[in-house]
Design a protein around this ligand. Structure first.
Ligand SMILES: O=C1C=CC(S(=O)(=O)O)=CC1(O)O
Ligand SMILES: [Ca+2]
Ligand SMILES: [Fe+2]
Length: 372
């Protein structure tokens, strides 16, 4: 089929928010121990092949499905649309884009109504749904929350080679950019885009893709994130902590990145900011600013840049990877941020004079990391 974007596309579906994800796990019991015993997500339903989980403020059937399978992968990223009628709009839109589009009857996925499933132009398995079974919302069930209570699913982060092209595709879906990371040669390394009024429903991370970088759940307060760290220490599972806790530059959220037993990355995230007004200002970060990914200048561990989950096509086969052609962020910042600059007006991490540094040669304002 002809994959060039036709001149006049039909209307795009009205996406409300990132709503749920489906992860293939190779050991369902080990995954259950991580997501239920440690993270205390609520089991809505489960059988020998799959577990349907939700966070405390979710009232739809689930926001995460763990499905047993031979190879760890991401099988679906699901967006909720504003009404059932938007499913026809989604089907027409994606057929016009010339990609694989399928319609799954209600109940194909437990607790969810009819689904339009696509392998989008970036190669990701995306689902659109509206209908879903309502279940008890545990917002004030403080008797079961525990100290690390996770409130809701917040966003997806996906790895894709061409950020401007991915941004254009998501703008076509009505998403807007809140922040991005670029350099003075106009290379774009990452972008954050939203439909709901927070920093993002989807983050685009430059790299070989399609791969799923992480699924993020949010807590309402920072102390819940700190409890999860302390709890993992007490369980002698500190190896599940990949990056953080810390304060993001982009999004200003307090964060923690965990790796589940299959290596899927889960972010726990809290307190980003409101983006709902039409003139919400876009924040653009310089790739050499080592406060962009961690506001305190803490280096980013190399695995955070290099590792991500395989995604499946609609037949369950690993999607073919496309190599990133633009420069890689980890490379241009000399390892993983330990040697970038902390003040824009001083010398760059590669020794070149930063804007207005007035100094050449000596590298000023660099927080010496030891990640290379
Ligand atoms: O959700 C996010 C918000 C900010 C960041 S960054 O590390 O601050 O760029 C990463 C992230 O995409 O996971
Ligand atoms: Ca660096
Ligand atoms: Fe994130």
């Amino acid at each position: 089929s002809d994959n060039t974007v036709p001149a006049a596309l039909p209307p795009a579906p009205d996406v409300i928010r990132a709503a749920s994800a489906e992860l293939i796990v190779t050991d369902l019991a080990a995954a259950r121990s991580f997501y239920v015993d440690v993270l205390r997500l609520v089991v809505t339903e489960e059988d020998e092949n799959a577990i349907y989980l939700r966070a405390f403020e979710d009232y739809l059937h689930h926001s995460l499905v763990l499905r047993k399978g031979p190879v760890a992968a991401c099988a679906a990223l699901s967006y909720r649309v504003r009404s059932e009628a938007e499913l026809d709009v989604a089907e027409t839109y994606y057929k016009a884009l010339g990609v694989d589009v399928r319609r799954l009857p209600a109940g194909t996925k437990r607790g969810i109504g009819e689904i339009v499933q696509v392998q989008d132009p970036l190669g990701f398995p995306i689902e659109f749904f509206y209908g879903a079974e309502h279940v008890e919302r545990f917002t004030q069930r403080y008797d079961v929350h525990g100290a690390g209570a996770i409130a809701r699913l917040d966003h997806f982060n996906v790895v894709t080679p061409d950020i401007p092209a991915a941004q254009k595709y998501y703008e076509g879906l009505g998403f807007k950019v809140s922040e991005d990371i670029e350099d003075d040669e106009q290379t774009v390394y990452a972008a954050w885009m939203y439909r709901k009024s927070t920093v993002h429903d989807v983050a685009l991370t430059g790299g070989d893709g399609p791969r799923m970088h992480h699924i993020a759940f949010s807590t309402n307060e920072r102390h819940q994130i700190l409890h999860i760290c302390d709890q993992l220490g007490a369980l002698r599972r500190s190896d599940a902590i990949e990056r953080g806790p810390g304060r993001h530059g982009v999004s200003n959220a307090f964060y923690l990145y965990l790796r589940d037993p299959d290596g899927h990355r889960i972010e726990i995230y809290t307190q980003d900011y409101y983006t709902g007004d039409p003139d919400n200002p876009v924040i653009r970060w310089d790739v050499h600013d080592n406060q962009r990914r961690d506001w305190w200048g803490t280096p980013v561990v190399p695995s955070w840049y290099s590792e991500a989950s395989t995604v499946l096509d609609l037949d369950g086969h690993p999607a073919e990877l496309v190599e990133r052609k633009d420069s890689s962020e980890a490379a241009v910042t000399i390892g993983a941020d330990g040697f970038s600059y902390t003040r824009a007006d001083e010398t760059r991490s590669d020794g070149s004079a930063g804007p207005g540094s007035g100094r050449s040669g000596e590298v000023q304002g660099v927080k010496l990391g030891h990640q290379v």
